[in-house]
Design a protein around this ligand. Structure first.
Ligand code: PGA
Length: 242
């Protein structure tokens, strides 16, 4: 799966143009899903367009609140996301972990709430540069994975996004990605006590130059792309060569 995380970018016009171009030029394949995550305010608009004309593209949200009902100004719950046509939701992105001070308890509640509405969470984990340099990567990843109730693991997609690689232009080396993905996959196997497959995708400065090498690894089940997903032409090329 190739996931476009638009962060706080875009407009109705850009979304429409992007979907026109991408849907006409990507080679859709059951195995490789194309997921667009626009800002929350454009979800309903995007979901409606997908239903009308772009069924090859799937809709994901960048945000979901942890409860269905609360007097929460600015809140968006999983029921609203489902109503807008979302099938996926990004949870635990490092930018939100910092900005919203999300604890494992909050993340766990978000996972339960979104899975309860049949949304598929894309659960992000990853270490900071300081943690990497202190050899704490594995401990941090274990701690972050602990937010997922073990009975819900099979319903999640895990996104490994080293914080130091996000938006920096410095993607992790393929050998490092493979080492960490193997570690995550082993942890997931132990934690879920099952051999069912859980996808682990990579994110962090994925671009046209590095996408093929990363995606072609058998340890990598997809890509979560920020900056390079905004341009429809670049995204289409990444999708098709990956
Ligand atoms: P980037 O962002 O591709 O711009 O590094 C990835 C992400 O934050 O999901």
């Amino acid at each position: 799966m190739i996931i476009a995380n638009w962060k706080m970018n875009g407009s109705k016009e850009l979304i429409k143009d992007w979907m026109d171009f991408v849907s006409q030029n990507i080679e859709i394949n059951q195995e490789k899903e194309c997921i667009l995550c626009p800002p929350t305010c454009y979800l309903y608009f995007t979901g409606t367009l997908i239903k009308q004309s772009y069924e090859g593209i799937k809709l994901g949200s960048q945000h979901c609140d942890s409860v269905l009902s609360a007097p929460l100004t600015g809140g968006t719950n999983s029921q609203m996301l489902e109503d807008a046509g979302c099938e996926f939701v990004i949870i635990g992105h490092s930018e939100q972990r910092v900005h919203l001070k999300e604890s494992n308890q909050i993340l766990s509640d978000k996972l339960k709430s979104s899975i309860g509405m049949n949304l598929k969470p894309i659960f992000c984990i990853g270490e900071t540069l300081r943690q990497k340099e202190a050899n704490q990567t594995n401990d941090i990843l274990i701690q972050q994975l602990d937010a997922i109730p073990s009975n819900l693991l099979q319903k999640c997609i895990i996104a490994y996004e080293p914080v130091w690689a996000i938006g920096t232009g410095e993607n992790a080396e393929i050998s490092y990605i493979e080492e960490i993905h193997s570690f995550i996959k082993e942890e997931l196997k132990n934690k879920s006590n099952s051999t069912n497959y859980i996808s682990v995708v990579y994110g962090g400065s994925v671009n046209l130059e590095n996408c093929k090498e990363i995606y072609s690894s058998d340890k990598v089940d997809g890509l979560l792309i920020g900056g390079a997903s905004l341009d429809s032409n670049t995204f289409t090329k990444i999708f098709n060569i990956s």
